[in-house]
Design a protein around this ligand. Structure first.
Ligand SMILES: [Zn+2]
Length: 275
């Protein structure tokens, strides 16, 4: 198994071309992946395979994810500086309309969302434009579309832009600070319970580390030892490698748009080299 996992941030909108706008890159990349003869599959299929819970044919497959969970994932929105933005969800709908449902029958996007409503409110005001674009009202319809999964990106990202004290006195802006049981339960298990309540009867089973900050406490102790508490089956970092059978279940690698690739040529190089 060699499955590259690609990651986008729908809030990355600094212009309207590939390098400055993850919506533009995402739409272009769906076609590029398709034209390279690769199949897009749900990331939970890849985790099933890794854990021996399924045995699907994942040859020449790619999975796609997006982080931070703003309304830009699902709704078309009019950005105050850069105009109308097609949501990632609707970019997939456009792809299907153009190429036919059979081109990518398993097309699917996993969105890692921030659980805390208060944290989302702060981020909406401080990082977006204060129009309630960090809502949870799209989580359920996204799931019900069968094209998206909603997964766990922590309680509050321990985000630097949140004007509330960090849990257990944690310094904001660093997820490495989540280094004991109290902090881990507050950031991870509580997020699981909150998101699960919103999307019931579905539930979250995948985590991705805020800021791609992976520490040994979470990777070697918390995640493997108290699965019954946090409910997660795997956790994603930013290893910039394809996911393989021997990948670390609690630090699975992903490639991040705008970091590991900034142009279609660079993505093509990543994908060519991986198969
Ligand atoms: Zn994030």
């Amino acid at each position: 198994m060699r499955v590259p996992i690609l990651t986008y941030h729908a809030v990355n909108i600094a212009g309207n071309d590939y390098a400055t706008n993850d919506h533009v890159a995402f739409a272009a990349d769906l076609h590029l992946i398709n034209d390279l003869g690769l199949r897009i599959v749900p990331v939970h299929w890849v985790v099933d395979q890794l854990l021996g819970a399924a045995n699907r044919d994942l040859a020449r497959c790619v999975a796609i994810t997006c982080d931070d969970g703003s309304d830009f994932d699902y709704f078309d929105l009019d950005h105050p500086s850069h105009g109308p933005q097609r949501s990632l969800f609707n970019c997939m709908a456009d792809f299907i309309a153009e190429r036919g449902a059979q081109a990518q029958p398993d097309l699917h996007l996993t969105s890692f969302v921030i659980a805390s409503p208060q944290a989302r409110e702060h981020l909406d005001r401080n990082c977006l434009v204060g129009r309630s674009w960090m809502s949870e009202r799209w989580w359920r319809p996204a799931l019900e579309s069968g094209r998206m999964a909603i997964e766990n990106h922590s309680w509050d990202h321990n985000h630097a832009a949140i004007a509330l004290p960090g849990i257990d006195g944690m310094q904001r802006g660093i997820f490495h600070e989540v280094d004991n049981r109290e902090r881990a339960d507050a950031e991870i298990a509580v997020a699981t319970h909150y998101i699960d309540a919103v999307i019931a009867p579905q539930r979250t089973t995948l985590f991705c580390y805020p800021y791609s900050h992976v520490n040994d406490y979470l990777r070697l102790e918390y995640f493997p030892l108290v699965e019954n508490v946090h409910g997660m089956r795997a956790a994603f970092g930013a290893g910039a490698a394809p996911l393989m059978t021997n990948s670390d279940r609690w630090n699975l690698p992903r490639y991040i748009c705008g970091w590991h690739w900034k142009s279609p040529e660079q993505l093509r190089a990543i994908l060519d080299e991986r198969f």
